[in-house]
Design a protein around this ligand. Structure first.
Ligand code: CP
Length: 306
């Protein structure tokens, strides 16, 4: 049974296919409106979410399917001590596919090992968030017309930001990619991401604490929030939370065709004044997330039914 736990489980050819289907869904939504008739998606969210859970649910409804949902750990039998493995076995009796978010790294993987239906990782701790990466890739592709020959700046919490880790992994397979990793020293990209992905793939990269000095180079600026929920003490969070605040002034030397992405939620790291700048792509990214989740649900259900 094929699940999606890590973005690297999809080949670049499969990502191309998912992008192609996404473009077709955007162009011909009616063609897809009954593709999942009679199918059920279960969304199991042990950690808060607005976009991921609701976009999965909207995606399934737009495919003509149905949804059963668990919006918090507190409202489920996890609060009585039920294991992830048992939960996965139970949900397999109710649904055709499930999307799971969990604060513990590896929880969706454990679910997939105990499930008879496809499991989609909807974010596991500070580890991975593959469907956000699918949203990011569609956004980059639609804005720039390519996924290669790009200088991509990641800015903010690169240590705990799971969306950063998954997007770095995905982009490392394309040619002509350069990463500029902008973060406070305490929130640098984990060494396993640097060693096992960036260096291993021979990707050019620069690490800096200074956003403004690298701004003119960037084709993509991927802003992130400092992940309060992953900090061990509040003092460190308060010291680091406003390390980077993107304002219109800071964009004065940016490229005219820069694309500004952010997985959202935004806290303080992009001034609201930037929302009207044509380079701001983060709300398009939200829409693209729903479309790519439709594309992924179709693919995994089709493979499950073979
Ligand atoms: N980008 C993202 O994962 O948002 P939510 O936490 O609201 O799902």
């Amino acid at each position: 049974m094929r699940s999606l736990i890590d973005i690297l489980e999809l080949s670049t050819e499969e990502i191309d296919e998912l992008l192609k289907t996404a473009e077709d869904i955007i162009a011909n939504p009616a063609k897809y409106s009954e593709k999942c008739k009679g199918k059920k998606l279960a969304t199991l969210f042990f950690e808060p979410s607005t976009r991921t859970r609701l976009s999965f649910e909207a995606a399934m409804y737009e495919l003509g399917g149905n949804v059963i949902s668990m919006a918090s750990a507190a409202s489920s039998s996890a609060s009585k001590g039920e294991s992830i493995a048992d939960t996965a076995k139970v949900i397999s009796c109710y649904a055709d596919i499930m999307a799971m978010r969990h604060p513990k790294e590896g929880a969706p993987l454990v679910a997939s090992m105990n499930s008879t239906i496809p499991v989609i990782n909807a974010g596991d701790g500070g580890h991975n968030h593959p469907t956000q990466t699918l949203a990011d890739l569609l956004t980059i592709y639609r804005e720039k017309g390519r996924l290669n020959n790009l200088t991509v700046g990641f800015c903010g919490d690169l240590k705990f930001g799971r969306t950063v880790h998954s997007l770095i992994a995905a982009l490392s397979r394309y040619t002509g990619i350069k990463f500029i990793l902008i973060s406070p020293v305490e929130l640098k990209v984990p060494s396993y991401i640097k060693k096992d992905i960036i260096v291993k793939n021979g990707i050019q990269y620069v690490q800096t604490t200074d956003l403004e000095s690298v701004m003119p180079e960037l084709d993509i600026l991927y802003m992130t929030r400092v992940q309060k929920e992953r900090f061990f003490n509040e003092e460190d969070y308060l010291r680091l939370k406003d390390s980077y605040i993107l304002t219109p002034e800071k964009l004065s030397n940016a490229k005219k065709d820069l694309a500004i992405l952010h997985p959202l939620p935004r806290v303080n790291e992009i001034a609201v004044a930037i929302d009207d700048d044509p380079r701001a792509c983060y709300f398009k990214q939200v829409y693209n997330g729903k479309i790519m989740r439709m594309s992924l649900i179709l693919k995994l259900l089709e493979e499950a039914n073979k």
